[in-house]
Ligand binder design. Structure first.
Ligand SMILES: Nc1ncnc2c1ncn2[C@@H]1O[C@H](COP(=O)(O)OP(=O)(O)O)[C@@H](O)[C@H]1O
Ligand SMILES: [Mg+2]
Length: 329
């Protein structure tokens, strides 16, 4: 089966009179396979929204190739658009309409059967509140209404840009359950986020973007394995020998960080190399363990974002740029 979405070498440079050229995508690649929940992860300003808008024909790229459901886009967008549901800009709803009215209106406009409205309300868990006005809804409920609107036409691929943005933990949990359910029903879901924790638990696979380039991708477990870097922690029979052992390993090309009664050794191909290198010089390893990595630390390392006090996550490398609203597209 061909990939549901394939992007290669995508380039996008924004030009504005005030700030000149800004390269938002710099040869970006991405592949999303059928039936998976794919996380599109990267800090603010890394190029996620630009990618999704380009994919949906909302802005023109400067280079690269894209396919959706096996067809070249933007050329084939008219043919595939009916099979792709997307929420890239946060949608605005009439506050005085109920969810049911809103969806009925959209269904009618899109030539979708009335019965589908009831189905999507059920799917996103809004059935019981469907006749209440949208202005009484929480942000989470509004987001789910947005998802419901994207589901009306029973898409094969659902694209959501930062669906968890601004949601409280309860809202995020609901969103997660919803995405999981959709994937189980056979839909492919692509969702972006700048906060890893939001999506880590529901994704089968991820693409990590940093400064307009893909820096890691694959099944979550694979990404972790690739970026564990073969790092190991090492204890010696005698803790007094640690500093000499560190020197030996560094001289042999490893990266070594002392940590209390052990050494954290990276940049080695195989753990056995550590044992052998030290044994050859008469130092014996008493304990050797792989360094545990989680996706969070991989994400931080790859995107070079560090935690900032009082903030869930840094960072916008365009922090000095004016607010996006002032640019126009
Ligand atoms: N309309 C625009 N005009 C000029 N620059 C833009 C515009 N939209 C985004 N950018 C810049 O492009 C880069 C990528 O932005 P964006 O795709 O919105 O990232 P993300 O969605 O990952 O936060 C950022 O540096 C941003 O400031
Ligand atoms: Mg964005």
């Amino acid at each position: 089966m061909p990939a549901v979405l394939e992007i290669s070498g995508l380039e996008k440079t924004y030009r504005s009179r005030r700030r000149g050229a800004r390269k938002a995508l710099d040869g970006f690649d991405m592949v999303v396979e059928s039936g998976e929940v794919h996380g599109f992860l990267g800090p603010n300003g890394s190029g996620k929204t630009t990618t999704l808008r380009t994919l949906l024909g909302l802005i023109a790229p400067n280079g690269g190739r894209m396919t959706l459901l096996g067809q070249e886009v933007p050329a084939a967008l008219p043919q595939v658009a009916g099979r792709v549901g997307a929420i890239v800009e946060s949608p605005q709803f009439f506050p005085n309409f109920s969810a049911h009215d809103t969806l009925s209106l959209l269904a009618e406009a899109g030539g979708v059967q009335k019965q589908r409205v009831t189905e999507v309300l059920e799917l996103v868990g809004l059935r019981d509140r469907a006749t209440e006005r949208v202005r009484t809804y929480s942000l989470g409920m509004k987001q789910r209404l947005a998802v419901a609107s994207a589901l009306l036409k029973k898409p094969d691929l659902l694209i959501l840009d930062e669906p968890a943005n601004g949601l409280d933990p309860g809202g995020i949990r609901e969103m997660r359950t919803l995405m999981r359910g959709l994937a189980e029903a056979g839909m492919t879901v692509l969702l972006s986020s700048h906060i890893l924790g939001e999506v880590q638990l529901i994704c089968d696979s991820v693409t990590i973007i940093s400064r307009g380039r893909r820096v890691a991708y694959g099944a979550v477990a694979e990404v972790l394995a690739q970026h564990a870097g073969g790092g190991v922690t090492v204890r010696l029979e005698s803790a007094e020998d640690l500093s000499v052992a560190a020197e030996i390993l560094i001289a042999a090309g490893a990266r070594v960080t002392p940590d209390h009664d052990r050494l954290v050794v990276s940049n080695v191909e195989k753990p056995a190399w550590v044992t052998r290198t030290l044994a050859e010089r008469g130092y014996y390893v008493s304990e050797l363990a792989p360094v545990k990595v989680d996706l969070e630390s991989v994400f931080l390392e790859l995107t070079q974002t560090a935690p900032v006090a009082g903030q869930a996550r840094q960072v916008d490398d365009s922090a000095v740029a004016p607010a996006q609203g002032g640019w126009g597209v």
